[in-house]
Structure formats: structure tokens, C-alpha cells
Design a protein around this ligand. Structure first.
Ligand code: ADE
Ligand code: ZN
Length: 322
């Protein structure tokens, strides 16, 4: 079976995290920035662990300095998505990196990203929507400014608000104001939790921020009551198995709880997170899930349906993709 052609829906993709390393190296050269320390001799990204990954991610992102850089980035990322059969994708974008949370600048970045998305939809057949993401380790005050940018630009294209970054920093409740602002603006909510921290981090995120989806959330598997709650409340997990294995959350895919979560009624979806950083693609995720858990074409069809149901886009867009 060729997994490349199967239609895929991806809900968890960081825009800068999708940047091919050669693209970032090219931008660095254009701008005469020395970030050679973030690459291995073979040109791939170089980092020791998750926390170092966050630093390398931010160093790579420092080369993206104008709306046009983001337009080029978006096209490069969507080219990869389209090559891998992705028909619909939601991407995390951060006003922290796009204009330093200045609303006027943010509008320009967003416009450029949307232009690229429109072009990719016409020429490559992949539909993109945006989720504004605050960065947890930048703190709650910056998250509020980020949420304001999100609320002011919420609409057909900007459909969600989320939080990424170091989940060991701060408490979810510190970010309640930002999430309340985004909820009032009608945005779908998602929070990274249960990637590095335990089940309590997922429970706290649900209680304090009331998201419809959790980014990763795999640590929930270690708490039976939480698994039951996720299933009962239909909380969707944006699971990124390749990312988890590459970063060492699990030693091998065989140990990953995605199959057990699914068997216990939790709505799981599959995404790549930061594909070139973790040497993965959506096709590779499917190949690995087939190899290790025997997921077949029917499973992948169901997976795409679940993901589209959980997408934050409007129903007209959803109906067009189906
Ligand atoms: N930012 C980019 N990738 C991330 C991840 N896997 N977890 C938290 N923050 C991130
Ligand atoms: Zn992520």
C-alpha cells in the first residue's frame, strides 16, 4: 500500500517548525546571520534534548524577519504537506515571532501567510488555517498580548488559539485571561500538555483553560480516570508519535500509548509537530503506525474523518474538504 496518496488532515504543525533546514540556512546567508551552530555537518538541525530543541527552534526563527520571509516559509511548508497527501492543515503561528506582538505588524505577517495559503490552495490543493499560539515560557503577560492579536484577527482563516513551549514553566491558570479573551473571540482552543509533564498537566489545562483539544496529551494514558474523562468529554488529542519518539518521550513507537488511547475511546489524531526537526512527514507517520500497530487504509480513513471533525474551520470549509 502506498501511504503517500492517502488523504491526510493535520491539526498540529508549528509553522517555523516546518521550515526545512536548507531554507533557514539560505535565509541566514541572505541576512548575514551566523547560526551555523544549529546545524549538523549534514545540514540537519542539531540539538541535544527538548529544551535545547526549543533554543534551536528560536535561533532558526530569528532568520524570519519580514512578512515576505513568512510567505516564502508558508509556501515551502505547504509544498511538503501537499507532497505527502495533506488536504487540510492547521498551523501554529506566533505573534511573538511575527512582529513582536505589535498588532499592526502582526496584521502584515498574517496577510502574507494567508496570501501564501491562498496560492497553495489554488496550485497544490492543500487548505491551511491558522492557530495563534502563545509561548508558555515567555510568560502570561506576553500571552495576553498574543491573545489580543488573535482576538483582533479572528475569522474564517484565523480559527484557533493555543499554547506551546515549555510546559514545565508556570501553571495553566496563569494563562486563563488570555484563553478567556480568545474564547470570547470565538476561537477554537488547544493547549500543549502531557508531552513532558504528567497526567496532572493535562487535567490542569482542561480545568483552567477549557480547550477542545490537547496538543500531545499522551501522558494521560498513565491515569485511568483521566482517560475516561477525555473519552467522555470528547477531548481531541493532537498526537505526534514521531516527535515523541525522536525527542525521547518514548523509546520506540511500540511503547507509545496512541493505540491504547484509541482503544479506550479517546479521539486521537496524528500530526508531525515540527517535521524536519524530527525527520518525519505525514506519510512516514502513517507508515510507522501501519508497521507497528497494523493500522490500515480503513483506520487512516477514520483518522482523517476524526481530525476533520475536530478542525477549527467553519462547516463550509469542512464540507469542501470531505
Ligand atoms: N514548539 C514547537 N514544538 C513544540 C513541542 N513539541 N512542544 C512544545 N512546544 C513546541
Ligand atoms: Zn507542538
Amino acid at each position: 500500500m502506498s501511504f503517500t496518496e492517502l488523504p491526510k488532515v493535520e491539526l498540529h504543525l508549528h509553522l517555523e517548525g516546518g521550515a526545512p533546514p536548507a531554507f533557514i540556512a539560505g535565509l541566514a546567508k541572505e541576512k548575514k546571520l551566523d547560526i551555523s551552530g544549529i546545524f549538523k555537518p549534514d545540514g540537519s538541525y542539531d540539538y541535544r534534548d527538548f529544551w535545547h530543541f526549543l533554543e534551536v527552534y528560536e535561533a532558526a526563527t530569528s532568520t524570519l524577519q519580514t512578512p515576505d520571509d513568512y510567505k516564502r516559509l508558508t509556501l515551502a511548508v505547504l509544498e511538503e504537506s501537499a507532497k505527502n497527501g495533506v488536504v487540510y492543515s492547521e498551523t501554529f503561528i506566533s505573534p511573538d515571532f511575527c512582529g513582536g506582538r505589535d498588532l499592526g505588524a502582526w496584521r502584515e505577517y498574517l496577510h502574507a501567510i494567508q496570501e501564501a495559503a491562498d496560492e497553495a490552495e489554488r496550485t497544490m490543493g492543500v487548505t491551511l488555517r491558522g492557530i495563534v499560539t502563545c509561548i508558555r515560557h515567555f510568560g502570561p503577560e506576553k500571552a495576553k498580548e498574543t491573545a489580543l492579536c488573535a482576538a483582533e484577527t479572528a475569522g474564517d482563516w484565523l480559527v484557533g488559539f493555543g499554547m506551546a513551549g515549555d510546559e514545565k514553566k508556570g501553571k495553566p491558570a496563569d494563562f486563563a485571561y488570555a484563553f478567556d479573551m480568545a474564547r470570547e473571540a470565538g476561537l477554537g482552543l488547544t493547549v500543549h500538555a502531557g508531552e513532558w509533564d504528567g497526567p496532572d498537566s493535562v487535567r490542569d489545562a482542561l480545568d483552567a483553560l477549557r480547550p477542545a483539544r490537547i496538543g500531545h496529551g499522551v501522558a494521560a494514558w498513565h491515569d485511568r480516570h483521566l482517560v475516561e474523562r477525555l473519552a467522555r468529554e470528547n477531548i481531541v488529542l493532537e498526537v505526534c508519535p514521531g516527535s515523541n519518539v525522536f525527542l525521547g518521550v518514548y523509546k520506540q513507537l511500540h511503547d507509545h500509548p496512541i493505540e491504547k488511547l484509541r482503544e479506550n475511546g479517546v479521539a486521537v489524531t496524528v500530526s508531525t509537530d515540527d517535521p524536519p526537526f524530527f525527520h518525519t512527514t505525514m506519510t512516514r507517520e502513517f507508515e510507522q503506525l501501519n508497521r507497528v500497530f497494523g493500522w490500515n487504509e480503513e483506520d487512516f480513513g477514520y483518522l482523517a474523518k476524526e481530525a476533520l471533525d475536530a478542525a477549527f474551520c467553519d462547516d463550509v470549509t469542512r464540507a469542501k474538504i470531505r
